[in-house]
Design a protein around this ligand. Structure first.
Ligand code: NAD
Length: 427
């Protein structure tokens, strides 16, 4: 990859990390962007990067400093939108890439947002509840100069939840002097949260799975499904596939891998996980060595746990007809090429897990109008948006003979750059 002279140093760093992977993905679509390619450099430079010092009083009386970030990759199509991650491995490169993938995701499903992401480099498990609240509030105050209901709307991500969103909303509101429920999404229902948000990502995974299966001529009823990660995304997706008559034959989580050839009893497994925290120890299943998970004969494989799970080391062994990426970034670029060569359809994360941000968008709309919708209305609107997005990406993939990932990037980048062209440059 070559960089023209004058590229800021932080954009050149870590070319093999997440930001480097994102840049490779953009480079792949530039030939398909036609006259909009003249604006493509816009996609390679985040609009705004804020690095903040987050000092807090610790319970033992000391003062600790943490590093926080908020990156607004694009606000061309609307305010920034994306989660906040609390993790000890958070880096600027990671937050930049995640913010860019949010721009792509939001444009792919055509919700009126740009892309943003934030994070604090901290292991929240080492903090007391009071320390967690103080770090959240100080971070929110620090990034308060660039967030807001019409500027940039954070949401939960890894290790952040409804309670943290409530503290963020309160802190921002106290600083502004008025209650601003629309500054974050993923809030508790009692503070302007939305019905259906908790199941939204898994429901989106299921919806694209049904659409993709239809195109492949695969019946969901009786199909075999393997799921990695049985949390918010994987657990809900497994439940919906099982309800539609699929056999969920293998499930893997941090505690173990289980298998049942005739299909696991998913409601019983969900109850077991709610009690014990893991799928391990579930009585009505065989135990499987973790690496064998990737060789399970199935129709649909759903990685819904962590990044970089499908690599050049296991992509050649996968025996599925399609992979639906519930997690963010579960497939490395090398594995992507192997799966494509083996004719295994990959439904990319930027469309497969976009159900969460779609219902976040509904939450924000409901907060603005102070009028709340029923869960049935929310689910019906979610399914419509995800189906429309999948159809437009599928048509581009067929037309240009490219993977669904490249097609999603073509659709999303074209939307972002078309908006950029219409807005023009100021001054
Ligand atoms: P979660 O914490 O609810 O569940 C994570 C699951 O992954 C758990 O079952 C856990 O046991 C499992 N897991 C952890 N380490 C593992 C390992 N080493 N091997 C196998 N399994 C492991 O998280 P979630 O909200 O379901 O998110 C899962 C993924 O989906 C993440 O990549 C997240 O960024 C992405 N995602 C989530 C949402 C959302 O709305 N929750 C939206 C978009 C993308």
């Amino acid at each position: 990859m070559t960089y023209p002279a004058g590229i800021p140093s932080y954009l050149q760093a870590d070319q093999l990390g997440p930001w480097g992977i994102y840049l490779q993905q953009v480079d792949r679509v530039i030939p398909y962007l036609g006259h909009l390619a003249r604006w493509s450099e816009t996609l390679k430079r985040p609009k705004r990067i804020l690095i903040v010092d987050v000092p807090i009083h610790m319970d033992d009386g000391s003062v600790a400093h943490f590093e926080g970030y908020r990156v607004q990759h694009s606000t061309t199509r609307g305010p920034g939108k994306g989660g906040v991650r609390f993790h000890q491995d958070v880096t600027l490169s990671e937050v930049m890439a995640l913010s860019a993938w949010m721009s792509i995701k939001n444009a792919a499903v055509n919700v009126p947002y740009g892309g943003a992401k934030g994070g604090i480099r901290v292991d929240p498990k080492t903090l007391s509840p009071g320390e967690l609240e103080r770090i959240t509030r100080r971070y929110t105050s620090e990034i308060g100069i660039i967030i807001g209901p019409t500027k940039d709307i954070p949401a939960p991500d890894v290790n952040t939840n409804e309670q943290i969103m409530a503290w963020m909303m309160d802190t921002y509101s106290m600083n502004e002097g008025s209650t601003a429920t629309g500054v974050v999404t993923g809030k508790p229902l009692a503070l302007g949260g939305s019905l259906g948000r908790r199941d939204a990502t898994g429901r989106g995974v299921f919806t694209v799975g049904v659409e993709a299966a239809r195109h492949l001529g695969l019946e969901i009823a009786g199909s075999r499904v393997a799921v990695q990660g049985f949390g918010n995304v994987g657990g809900v997706a497994a439940r919906l596939f099982a309800q539609a008559g699929a056999r969920v034959v293998a499930v893997q989580d941090h505690g173990g891998t289980i298998y049942r050839d005739t299909g696991l009893d998913v409601p019983a497994l969900l109850a077991h996980v709610a009690m014990t925290g893991t799928v391990a120890g579930f009585a009505q299943a065989e135990v499987m060595p973790s690496d064998h998970f990737w060789e399970v004969t199935c129709d649909i494989m759903i990685p819904a746990a962590l990044e970089t799970q499908i690599t050049e080391h296991n992509a050649g062994r996968i025996k599925a007809r399609m992979v639906i990426e519930g997690a963010n970034g579960p497939t490395t670029p090398a594995a992507d090429d192997i799966l494509q060569a083996r004719n295994i359809l990959v439904v990319p994360d930027v469309i497969a897990n976009a159900g969460g941000v779609t219902v976040s968008y509904f939450e924000w709309v409901q907060d603005f109008s102070s009028f709340f919708w029923s869960e049935d209305e929310i689910n019906a609107r979610l399914v419509r948006i995800i189906k429309e997005a999948f159809t437009s990406v599928w048509e581009v993939a067929q037309d240009k003979k490219v993977s669904l990932r490249t097609a999603t990037f073509i659709v999303a980048c074209s939307r972002i750059l078309h908006a950029r062209e219409l807005r023009g440059l100021y001054p």
